[in-house]
Design a protein around this ligand. Structure first.
Ligand code: PEP
Ligand code: MG
Length: 588
């Protein structure tokens, strides 16, 4: 952290969503870091008791719910028997009675008393000679954390009601955090951890607000209300900026404003190369609230609706009707353009709730996306019904995530046929010719693209996962971020394979991973023959400008040359040289 005599501090991280925000810091913290302690009046005791009882009831409900999900998921009761132990802890008089006595005697708030009792209990257990009883200390801690979270609310501070011009600073923002965000008042995100493809970055780009990740321990040092400038271009977070810094940023803003104004003129122009080759540029959204941002930059449809974000809000999965309403809203707004609804991609780093987080060593290789849906046909059918019903109102396409081979496509299509037959029987209208696509994001799918192409109407390459799975590099782990390389020769070959297989089978191939939104890669993707690029609103104008300054012939030459390169440094050198030549402003 660079500290100037004036009190200004500059923190440096990775800029992952362009733009500059000025605002005030709001530090978002997880509840169990702080257990408040305060005095209560004797007449508040009854209220504290009912808060405590309600938290215990909620904890039991959560444990029941978890037990149900685990039993449904693994078909065994082994892990749920651990939950029986947890359940009995919530009823243990040794934990409950001292809290009740403490309320009468000490007149302190219930979370403070409960935490003190639980910690004493855990210490005693941990010191016992019997190994079995010693191990129960961890169970009591687990249950105590749950009860405390339920007493305090999941977070000490909510993200759904923030003052205007807020820059949210957090250790990290999970998909469920961002799905409940007050989108009106947040002007930027800054997180301690993260990478270009982590969800904080993806959501910021969809919301078209600047974001900086990888700020290490910023969330521990910063205070609410500190004025700041967040620079999503260079990755800087300037705390308490001086007049001089404000002036410099003012000047930079003028320069960037000129570029943004030039880009805004492209809004209604096609994504067409100088020699007349046209692509579709559509946009990625997480929630219907992202649609106006896409319309503002002239997106030709939604190429990826990450529908799981609807499942991250609230306690229960959304009903068919709730989903239907959201899908219809998006497709009405985007008409006549298409809306590609990606079926549920829960798992990996996206979970319905903290309680539903599965106990998996490797969640990215685990029970995720289409795997979860095929194992839970009732959940899958509800979503397919909602999507099909929405298809009567607009141009809707279905897309399956995490396809690893033809088998999953056939299984998913079978369920689709069953749901279609149900709707026909019930006389409910839907698009009988709805297009169905597969995400190409697992190497085994990209390598067998010829087979899959015969069963679907389009492909969309999910480069975020394709890179992670091909190179064995965790997409959200900043320690291996330098190994996360979309220009690796293996990735280029897999992309080429998908495009060729699609075209040989007369279907189209798009790309909706973050690679599509980086102006540096645009000429390569055009040259490789991609038909559609689906990008975040924040990236769309830049990508369109590059396409409009490019000739298809030179893009094809570039793509052929990169496929001969053996090192990604050489590929990057070619891409940088071309970008500098056709658009020096964007080359930076
Ligand atoms: C991808 O993997 O590239 C993708 C677009 O999906 P997500 O980022 O939601 O995994
Ligand atoms: Mg993916």
């Amino acid at each position: 952290m660079a500290k100037k005599a004036t009190g200004e501090k500059v923190l440096r991280g990775i800029g992952v969503s362009p733009g500059v925000a000025r605002g005030n810091i709001f530090v978002y913290k997880i509840a169990d870091e702080v257990v408040p302690e305060y005095d209560i009046a004797p007449e508040q005791i009854a209220q504290e008791i009912s808060r405590f009882e309600a938290a215990l009831v909620t904890t039991r409900e959560q444990l029941h719910d978890l037990q149900r999900r685990i039993a449904a998921g693994v078909g065994s009761d082994a892990p749920s028997s651990i939950l029986d132990v947890h359940m009995s802890i919530t009823e243990d008089p040794a934990l409950i009675e001292p809290v009740m006595t403490g309320l009468e005697k000490d007149h302190k708030n219930v979370e403070h008393l409960f935490n003190a009792v639980a910690q004493r209990y855990i210490k005693t257990l941990a010191e016992l000679p019997d190994e079995y009883l010693r191990e129960r200390a961890a169970d009591v801690q687990d249950v105590a954390n749950r009860v405390l979270r339920n007493l305090l609310g999941r977070h000490v501070r909510a993200l759904d009601n923030l003052p205007p011009n807020t820059i949210v600073v957090a250790y990290d923002l999970s998909p469920s955090d961002t799905s409940s965000l007050d989108r009106k008042n947040v002007v930027g995100f800054a997180t301690d951890v993260g990478s270009h493809t982590s969800h904080t970055a993806i959501v910021a780009r969809s919301m078209n607000i600047p974001a900086v990740v990888g700020l290490r321990d910023a969330s521990q040092h910063l205070r609410d209300g500190q004025p700041a400038i967040l620079d999503g271009y260079s990755g800087a977070l300037v705390i308490e900026p001086t007049q001089q810094t404000l002036f410099v940023y003012g000047q930079l803003e003028v320069k960037r404003h000129t570029i943004e104004e030039r880009l805004a003129l492209l809004r209604d122009l096609p994504a067409e190369t100088l020699d007349g080759h046209r692509l579709v540029i559509s946009g990625n959204i997480e929630l219907p609230a992202d649609v106006p941002g896409l319309q503002a930059v002239g997106a030709e449809g939604v190429g990826l609706f990450r529908s799981e974000f609807l499942y991250l809000k609230g306690k229960d999965f959304p009903t068919e009707e709730e989903q239907y309403q959201q899908y219809v809203q998006v497709c009405e707004a985007m008409k006549p353009h298409w809306v590609i609804i990606r079926t549920l991609d829960l798992g990996g780093d996206k979970f319905h709730s903290e309680e539903a987080t599965p106990n998996e060593v490797n969640p990215f290789l685990g029970f995720r996306a289409i795997r979860f849906c095929l194992a839970n046909p009732a959940v899958f059918k509800t979503q397919i019904r909602a999507i099909l019903r929405a298809s009567a109102a607009g141009n809707v396409k279905i897309m399956y995530p995490m396809i690893s081979g033809i088998g999953e496509v056939l299984q998913a299509n079978e369920i689709l046929q069953v749901v279609m037959a149900d709707l026909r029987r019930e006389g409910i209208p839907f698009d009988e010719n709805i297009d169905v696509g597969a995400m190409m994001e697992i190497p085994s799918a990209a390598m067998t693209a010829e087979m899959i192409a015969q069963e679907v109407d389009f492909f969309s390459i999910g480069s975020n996962d394709l890179v992670q799975y091909t190179l064995a590099v965790d997409r959200v782990n900043e320690k291996v971020a330098d190994l996360y390389d979309p220009t690796h020769p293996a990735i280029l070959r897999l992309i080429r394979n998908c495009v060729e297989a699609a075209h040989n089978n007369n279907i189209w191939c798009g790309i909706c991973g973050e690679m599509a939104g980086n102006p540096l890669y645009a000429p390569l993707l055009v040259g490789m023959g991609l038909d559609e690029l689906s990008v975040a609103a924040a990236s769309l104008p830049r990508v369109k400008e590059i396409i409009r300054r490019l000739k298809l012939s030179e893009a094809q030459e570039l793509a052929a040359a990169t496929l001969h390169a053996t090192r990604s440094q050489d590929v990057l050198a070619m891409l940088n040289a071309l970008l500098r030549r056709i658009d020096p402003d964007l080359a930076g």
